[in-house]
Design a protein around this ligand. Structure first.
Ligand code: FDA
Length: 309
């Protein structure tokens, strides 16, 4: 964990970032995990996934948002994404994932700004026949993001939200959300949080995931089972059967480039599988986080960082 954290923070310095971004090995690794730098690349990736029977969710990786104009620009990228998806006739296969930070939640008066932006996006997505899911970031923004989600969801009920099973509050969130028709993406949680608010061990996080999954599967919404963990996937399938759910009433979700054969296997077996496709110019920090999640990936990114291509 210490090595992982050191590598992730070293990789974020501008010198390291510039060197690694330009290295051919980084670009070739990035092609596996990132849908491309441009919207056209991302839509092409979504079209390729669709041809393999997979749904996708597009998430834009842009510059950090520093003011309202930046947040409006982020909304603009997603609106344009909807237009391009419409032209490509992919709206029945592709939806959008957005970060509240990109929608302005960390700005002064962030709640109102982010709520207005996500509401506008949810309206555009609903008109186009698809939906928006609100990603969940670090703990300091979770309560505020959930408040914004609640507000948007009341007006646009196809809007989805992420619950992080590593957080102690996840049980309460799931209990509440399971009583609604919400699309709830259940993840283990990608951020390191204090033990005051989060479970410290992998085993506790897995148990929390299963408890949350039970509530969501038994509930009236759409569980979005976002994990690559084979045991949790099996448990989700068993719970879906136990709850009498149709295969259309829940989804498996995985990241682009991670366990792609399993994605195809599940889809071929009749499950609805959606692939998270990040795209945009700021792909490098995302790539480093995904690489750092699995020890075997470290060699690849390490070679890129020292310029050994
Ligand atoms: P776990 O990490 O235990 O991995 C299980 C197995 O999957 C591993 O043994 C390995 O085989 C494979 N695997 C997992 N990650 C890999 C990698 N990077 N490279 C290679 N193999 C890998 N988090 C968050 O906090 N907020 C959010 O909004 C989201 N959104 C989100 C959407 C979607 C669609 C997914 C799939 C994930 C997220 N996450 C997230 C990330 C999530 O919280 C979690 O960090 C990752 O999914 C990894 O956890 P797993 O459940 O896959 O289990």
């Amino acid at each position: 964990m210490v090595v992982r954290n050191a590598l992730v923070s070293a990789s974020q310095t501008s010198v390291m970032r510039a060197a690694a971004t330009a290295a051919p090995v980084t670009k070739s690794v990035a092609r596996r995990f990132v849908g491309g730098e441009t919207l056209v690349d991302a839509v092409e990736t979504a079209a390729n996934l669709s041809a393999e029977g997979l749904h996708s969710t597009l998430s834009h990786l842009g510059q950090d948002v520093e003011d309202e104009a930046g947040a409006r620009a982020a909304v603009g990228v997603y609106v344009k994404t909807l237009e391009v998806l419409q032209t490509a006739d992919l709206l029945d296969r592709v939806d959008l994932s957005v970060r509240a930070s990109d929608m302005g939640i960390n700005l002064p008066d962030g709640h109102n700004i982010a709520a207005a932006n996500i509401r506008a996006l949810a309206a555009a997505a609903t008109d186009a026949g698809t939906s928006v899911t609100v990603d969940m970031e670090d703990y300091s923004t979770v309560a505020a993001t959930m408040d914004v989600f609640d507000e948007v969801f009341a007006a646009y009920p196809t809007t989805g939200v992420v619950v992080q099973a590593n957080l102690r509050r996840s049980q309460v969130d799931c209990q509440r959300l399971a009583a609604t028709p919400a699309r709830v993406r259940l993840v283990k949680g990608a951020y390191q949080e204090s033990t005051d608010v989060a479970f410290p061990t992998a085993q506790e996080i897995d148990l929390s995931y299963v408890r949350a999954l039970k509530m969501l599967m038994a509930g009236s919404g759409t569980p979005l089972v976002a994990t690559h963990d084979p045991r949790l996937i099996e448990i989700a399938q068993a719970l879906a059967v136990r709850s009498g759910r149709s295969r259309e009433s829940y989804e498996f979700q995985m990241s682009l480039g991670i366990r792609p054969e399993e994605q195809k296997r599940l889809a071929a077996a009749g499950a609805k599988v959606r692939v998270y496709v990040p795209f945009g110019s700021q792909w490098y920090p995302y790539l480093v986080r995904r690489m750092a999640e699995k020890p075997a990936n470290m060699t690849l990114i390490g070679r890129a960082l020292i310029g050994r291509t």
